[in-house]
Design a binder for this molecule. Structure first.
Ligand code: HEM
Length: 218
């Protein structure tokens, strides 16, 4: 038992936790974007509501949702701990972010993560809380609530800022997670880099377009 604790509190163990929880969240975002892209259809929200109902009632997805919440909490807490430890050590072994030639993406990983956290708190209190915790509205009302929300310019701007931060965070995070898992040799680095570029541009762009589309078209 002791070796497990010492592994996960070691520098490598901490990086591994960040990478594994990060990859889990990367998969979640793809599924979430698939559901949300149904908001682009001109069907009065039928397909979107169907997707939400399916996600809510499928027992396997219900279990995955709890793992997802845990993944978010661990990823955020570990990110904060690592950042604090790095600041104290000024150039510790996890200090990818402090090298002089680091990209803006890796340098401000923590701060982009904090903007996403603020976005997430606002986002969850807007939709998830009422739908799944306080039950102030049901699946059928979710679509109208979303359309209403995205017609508020303040909410729209907060949302789009969150998506810019998501793009910046993923730009370094995607590649970094795979590197931590050992895919950083001659063969894998270009593949991971290419996939990272595609993912970190297309997924935030998809999330970025949806509120704009609702604001201007619906
Ligand atoms: C166009 C952009 C987005 C829209 C329209 C949207 C919409 C929604 C809605 C309606 C819900 C509640 C229903 C459900 O669980 O599916 C939800 C839940 C959630 N959203 Fe989003 N979302 C967007 C972007 C994001 C982003 C970028 C993140 C993460 C960084 C995120 C994280 C979450 C999480 C963690 C939940 C709770 C999931 C669950 O309980 O299973 N969302 N979102």
């Amino acid at each position: 038992m002791n070796w497990i604790i010492s592994f996960f509190t070691s520098s490598l163990g901490k990086k591994l936790i960040m990478a594994l929880t990060g990859l889990f969240l990367i998969v979640f975002l793809l599924i979430h974007l698939t559901g949300n892209s149904m908001l682009l259809l001109n069907d009065g929200g039928e397909a979107f509501t169907g997707f939400v109902v399916f996600m809510e009632t499928n027992p396997l997805i219900k279990i995955a949702a709890y793992i997802l919440y845990l993944g978010f909490i661990i990823h955020i807490l570990q990110g904060i701990f690592v950042w604090l430890a790095n600041r104290r050590a000024k150039g510790g072994s996890y200090a990818v972010t402090t090298t002089a030639n680091a990209s803006i993406f890796s340098k401000y990983m923590f701060w982009f993560g904090m903007v996403i956290l603020i976005f997430l708190i606002i986002h969850l209190s807007d939709f998830w809380l009422g739908l799944k915790v306080t039950h102030t509205f049901g699946d059928e009302e979710l679509y109208d609530k979303l359309i209403d929300k995205f017609h508020n310019p303040v909410f729209l701007v907060i949302y789009e800022l969150g998506m810019v931060a998501l793009f910046m965070h993923l730009r370094h995070g995607f590649q970094s997670a795979f590197q931590t898992l050992g895919l950083n040799d001659k063969k894998w680095t270009p593949i991971v880099k290419c996939l990272g570029n595609i993912y970190s541009i297309l997924v935030p762009l998809g999330f970025f377009i949806i509120p704009l589309y609702v604001y201007f078209v619906k």
